[in-house]
Design a binder for this molecule. Sequence first.
Ligand code: GLY
Length: 386
Amino acid sequence: MKRNFRIIAAVLAPALAVSCGENAGHIADRVFSLAREQVILMDARLAPNTSPRTFENGKAVDAGLKAWTSGFFPGSAWYVYEYTGDSRIKEVAERRTRELAALPGYNVGHDIGFMMNCSYGNALRITGDPSWRGPLEAGAANLASRFNPTVGCTSSWGSFRDSEFTVIIDNMMNLEILTVVHRLTGVDSLLNIAVSHANTTMKNHFRPDWTSWHVVSYFKDSGQVAFKCTFQGYSDDSAWARGQGWGLYGYTMMYRETGIEAYLTHAENIAGMLLERLPKDGIPYWDFDDPAIPNTVRDASAAAVMASAFAELSGLSKDKKMAGKYRKMALRQVRTLASPEYLAAEGNGNFLLRHSVGNKPGGGEVDVPLTYADYYFLEALLRLTR
Ligand code: GLY
């Protein structure tokens, strides 16, 4: 009887804690303890020089290191090491980070920022060991080489036509590698490129209601906008959820990095829109404007990116009342993500979170775990407990 009671209590504890408003420290303790186990299992399963992407139809889906997602597993390992101090996890983080050393030698798009900053950027920040600097600096130089001064941006992908230049809202995330390496090296052009990209994106990517387009294509020669559209959202004029998260995170980060007030104001405008439009539990549907809502899928990865950004914005906002609201939303999001509905206690291909959406219009990665959802979830928890 006693034993049965203990089993029932262990099963119900997370659910009860969520309904009673489990605090950030408690959530972080149980999530990082699970994440520690999952990193070890994932590392044991994963071949060298590959990266985990998702788990679909009962099978692990891995990717090569040139995939945009290759920095997130080493980055998650660094976050788990940061929280737990476990030397076994540090060894995984170091080894999986070193595997990415050659990436700045390739044309992998703006994603070089995700790849190198999540891995090498965290390695340097957490250990302070300057031997991590070289590939990080090379990553920043790679991204900076994509800058077109006429457009005022770094290009995200190849172009639709030779005369055009493509920029996606996701690219805001990758300005951080430029500002970090500017701080390390004093190379001003890196900071100038980041500021120019953020200013141009603020002008052309956002609608009057503070939602953003996914893709803006510019004419290379004039810097004028050619057209705006989506690749991963419901429609060209809809608000693709993860894109809204990238925007919130990007402008919050750019304010932290530069102190430029316009970025704080912009981040708070995006935050205000999200506070109004997010569902009660804080987890967005994959696109805010999908007419099938509520009969469509949520995107845990978008929620994780937003939670991390809300947590940071709550510490930067000068408006105490709004700062409280941002923190409350971040907490609500991590509480829901840490509930049994989203957090997988086992299985799930050794990913933490279920129910993310990679590219619904492309027909792939719908309602699955995704490596970047886990990364930003762990980051949000670190930010809420620091
Ligand atoms: N390009 C990154 C994303 O799918 O959000």
